[in-house]
Ligand binder design. Structure first.
Ligand code: PLP
Length: 406
């Protein structure tokens, strides 16, 4: 008998499937609102000027070679990355109780964090379960299942208000057995664009501490949400201050436009330095068996930007360029729908939501109609990537949206 005959054919990834369908479409005004990658006003991928500059410097540096990095990554990169997300005045950093490891972007950080939990987390009665927001980034489900952790859902998005189901969320935190693991999006929730307010974060942190829950914080959009790196790290830093047990997954895919370079980090915050040293030693063992050593190029770029004050300032301007364009598109969609087209329904959520994505609130049938009739590609849950909109296609998008909701 032949080998692998019993392997079932897996469905194509739904997001990448959209990209393929978009590429094959020959309609002139087609729009791709599927994938979460930044595009400039000409619908082109954007290499950040500061990244170009860093690359130029790296390429002309004759002292650099292709030797292996340490297992846990480029030290200047992980140290800079930890400061970026936890803050320059982080008590956890001052007390040397953060174990930071370079990972294969945010996905690798999620994976390594999940794997570490399977080996060392002191589970309560909720053994090997993780609470994921309903909905969440689809890959979260796969990442945890792959390491034998069962995803269970907590209420998050309320279709009636197109906002946060705060009471459902808090109810789930209270109902979960002590020491449960909750995955929280640090900012710019994917796919909804709906984040808790600071007051709501404070209430969430209180329950997390009271119930000794573990916060698995995924932060893939720092700076991308508001345009301000510190503002977008607020919830993460607040959790450290409140003493919530936690780890942070960090990605430089979006905020540095380094998608394919796979630059990320996992930061595990421990109660004290001695514990942190042990945690880091085990992360190193796990990483060794998974990837041996992380890739150099992207980490060198980000490290240079984080550790050079003038380049850091230039990066902040680049981030504002991206976040600013997205925020402008939100305002323009809102203006067109409400003032020009008088589209039925309330569209406040378009400007209230944050980050790369917007949950439009349209039905699967309406989103299908947008694709079939207007050649606008989006996931059937009604999520649109705001980065796919620009000054040339936003009017066409709004007119088409107006037509399908009437
Ligand atoms: N987490 C969330 C919520 C995301 O949306 C993404 C990317 O889409 C990631 C993590 C990780 O992305 P990457 O592995 O490219 O850093």
């Amino acid at each position: 008998a032949e080998l692998w005959q019993n392997v079932p054919l897996a469905p194509a990834d739904s997001i990448f499937k959209l990209t393929t369908a978009y590429k094959e479409d020959t309609f002139e005004k087609k729009v791709n609102l599927g994938v979460g990658a930044y595009r400039d006003d000409d619908n082109k991928p954007w290499i950040l000027p500061v990244v170009k500059e860093a690359t130029r410097i790296l390429l002309s540096d004759e002292t650099l070679d292709h030797e292996y990095l340490p297992i846990t990554g480029l030290p200047e990169f992980t140290a800079g990355a930890a400061k970026l997300i936890l803050g320059l005045n982080s008590p956890a950093l001052a007390e040397n109780r953060v174990a930071s490891v370079q990972t294969i972007s945010g996905t690798g950080a999620n994976h390594l964090g999940a794997l570490f939990l399977t080996k060392f987390y002191q589970w309560g009665t909720n053994e090997k379960k993780v609470y994921l927001s309903n909905p969440t980034w689809a890959n979260h489900h796969a990442i945890f299942k792959n390491v034998g952790i069962e995803p269970v859902e907590y209420p998050y998005y309320d279709p009636k208000t197109i906002g946060l189901d705060f009471s459902g969320f808090i109810g789930a935190l209270n109902a979960a057995p002590e020491r449960s693991v909750f995955l929280l999006h640090g900012c710019a929730h994917n796919p909804t664009g709906v984040d808790p307010t600071p007051e709501q974060w404070a209430a969430i942190a209180d329950v997390m501490v009271a119930k000794k829950h573990y916060a698995f914080l995924d932060c893939a959009y720092q700076g991308f949400a508001s345009g301000d790196l510190d503002k977008d790290a607020w919830a993460v830093r607040f959790f450290v201050e409140k003493g919530v047990a936690m780890l942070v997954c960090q990605s430089f895919a979006k905020n540095a436009g380094l998608y394919g370079e796979r630059v990320g980090a996992l930061h595990i915050v421990s109660p004290d330095k001695e514990t942190s040293i042990k945690v880091k030693s085990q992360l190193s063992v796990l990483s060794r068996s998974e990837i041996s050593n992380p890739p150099t190029h992207g980490a060198r770029i980000v490290s240079m930007i984080l550790n050079n004050p003038s380049m850091f300032e230039a990066w902040k301007r680049d981030i504002q360029t991206m976040a600013g364009r997205i925020i402008d598109m939100r305002k323009e969609v809102f203006r067109l729908l409400t003032e020009e087209l008088h589209t039925p329904g309330n569209w406040d959520h378009i400007v209230n939501q944050i980050g790369m994505f917007s949950f439009t609130g349209i039905t699967p049938a309406q989103s299908q109609a947008l694709t079939n009739e207007a050649h606008i590609y989006l996931t059937t849950n009604g999520r649109i990537s705001m980065a796919g909109l620009n000054s040339k296609n936003v009017a066409y998008f709004c007119k088409s949206l107006d037509a399908v909701v009437r």
